[in-house]
Design a protein around this ligand. Structure first.
Ligand code: AMP
Length: 167
């Protein structure tokens, strides 16, 4: 498989719940304890290909090969709804050109401009989504942070009370 991400693949210990609820989001809610370890395992598996330059699912979204619910777009940035939302508003903001930014931990001086654009786009998304009273921007960088797609992305989360500290 060219790309790797957590796609709610059923595992034996969650099989019954998966059959009981075929919906990906419900599946995660019903089996949150197992899903957490699944996410860690998926993140570790995804990290194996992190530095290969292999295309990810986000390349297909950028090329419009697969559909996404786009919230904002300009020449450098694409923002679309997360397929497995963790809040009423959950939008991913990505650079259209990955340019080595598989993860934030790979950022170099030359990436300063795009990093600023991504953060500013996150605020545009928050305004468009009506969540400026409070929203959270998350970047998972690397397997210990449970990153599952190796194309830099900002999670913009809002529409509910956030807790702190995060898990
Ligand atoms: P991370 O775990 O920080 O790497 O985040 C990757 C995110 O990409 C997860 O929240 C997934 O739900 C999301 N995701 C994966 N595939 C798609 C897709 N086809 N459309 C929208 N979001 C996706």
């Amino acid at each position: 498989m060219a790309h790797s991400h957590n796609d709610c693949t059923p595992h034996s210990h969650t099989h019954v719940m998966y059959l009981a609820s075929y919906n990906c989001a419900s599946f995660r809610v019903l089996s949150s304890a197992s899903a957490t370890s699944d996410e860690e395992a998926a993140a570790k598996a995804a990290a194996v290909n992190a530095d290969t330059g292999a295309p990810t699912i986000f390349d297909k979204i950028i090329s419009k090969e697969i559909p996404a619910n786009i919230v904002y777009e300009d020449e450098a940035v694409l923002a679309f709804r997360d397929i497995s939302p963790k809040a009423p508003v959950h939008v991913l903001v990505i650079p259209k050109s990955r340019d080595g930014l598989t993860e934030l931990g790979k950022a170099e001086k030359r990436h300063e401009e795009i990093l600023g654009r991504l953060l500013y786009a996150a605020n545009i998304v928050a305004e468009k989504e009506g969540i400026t009273e409070g929203f959270r921007v998350v970047i998972n960088s690397g397997p210990s942070a449970c990153q599952s797609v190796y194309h830099l992305h900002l999670h913009v989360l809002g529409g509910r009370q956030m807790k702190w500290p995060p898990g």
